[in-house]
Design a protein around this ligand. Structure first.
Ligand code: UDP
Ligand code: MN
Length: 274
């Protein structure tokens, strides 16, 4: 039975990140997610991408920092560097849902993860760079205007120690690392695709049970070139991409090619018929 008061939520502030959101949304569908799929977009996202997003997501919600209530406006003007950060915080305003799982647009779901809805706010996996902090690419939260207001207040008063949402969320939910082990998601729910470099035996042992891959860092899947004939990304230059990283990239591109590109084609045909 589908559960309609819970949702998977992602965010795209431009057409490029929309490509990631589309593959993520499709991967959730492919693995029979039973919750609603929601994408937050900002005004920069084009109409074409909104139409395409609507073929994959149940709900597209436009969020805007500037025209929101005054205190958001003020916080934003004082700390323009927090732009994308404050945008992510909008997920707490989705109060028509009782519980949500946020996923970065650069994540990819490898199996059904509905069981995450049995967790409480704020559940997240350790950050590979500093494991006493959680990584804010995947987290379970409970929409609440009160929490949203407190988060914005916290951003205005303290900023973010890394200039982004992860620093802010970690200082707001500051007892995450010690208070409740149930709120520590296993690393397989947010496996950074480039972590195996630092502990490859662990990857060998546990990597095959990964449920969510996170392409964190500066090179995103959509930055690679893909050869649909061979079904693999083209490795250029540095050659520092490991084998399993390549296989995750190929998986991402496989979905993009098989399920997302045809949506563009369909829309072109529909346009030609009208
Ligand atoms: N994001 C976005 N537009 C941007 C940058 C970020 O929509 O220009 C959103 C998107 O959902 C992205 C998330 O914010 O996945 C966090 O950014 P990113 O994944 O690039 O950070 P990383 O995980 O590499 O630290
Ligand atoms: Mn990310």
């Amino acid at each position: 039975m589908p559960v309609s008061d819970q949702a998977f939520v992602t965010l795209a502030t431009n057409d490029v990140y929309c490509q990631g959101a589309l593959v993520l949304g499709q991967s959730l569908r492919d693995h029979r997610a039973t919750r609603r799929l929601v994408v937050l977009v900002t005004p920069q996202v084009s109409n074409l991408l909104r139409v395409i997003l609507s073929r994959v997501f149940d709900e597209i919600i436009e969020v805007n920092l500037i025209d929101s209530v005054d205190y958001i406006h003020l916080a934003f003007l004082k700390r323009p560097e927090l732009g994308v950060t404050l945008t992510k915080l909008h997920c707490w305003t989705l109060t028509h849902y009782s519980k949500c799982v946020f996923l970065d647009a650069d994540t990819l779901v490898l199996s059904n993860i509905d069981e995450l809805f049995s967790r409480r706010e704020l559940s997240a996996a350790p950050d590979p760079g500093w494991p006493d902090c959680f990584n804010s690419g995947v987290f379970v939260f409970q929409p609440s205007l009160e929490t949203h207001g407190l988060l914005l207040q916290h951003a205005t008063d303290h900023g973010s120690f890394d200039g982004a949402d992860q620093g802010l969320l970690n200082s707001f939910f500051s007892n995450w690392s010690t208070a409740d082990i149930q709120k520590h998601l296993p690393f397989i729910y947010n496996l950074s695709s480039n972590t195996a470099y630092t502990y490859s035996p662990a990857f060998k042992q546990f990597g095959s049970s990964a449920k969510v891959v996170h392409f964190l860092g500066s090179s995103k899947p959509w930055n690679y070139k893909y050869d649909p004939q061979t079904g693999s990304v083209l490795e250029e230059g540095s050659g520092s991409v490991s084998q399993h990283q390549t296989s995750f990239l190929n998986l991402w591109w496989g979905i993009y090619h098989h399920s997302i590109l045809p949506l563009y084609e369909n829309i072109r045909h529909e346009d030609e018929q009208t």
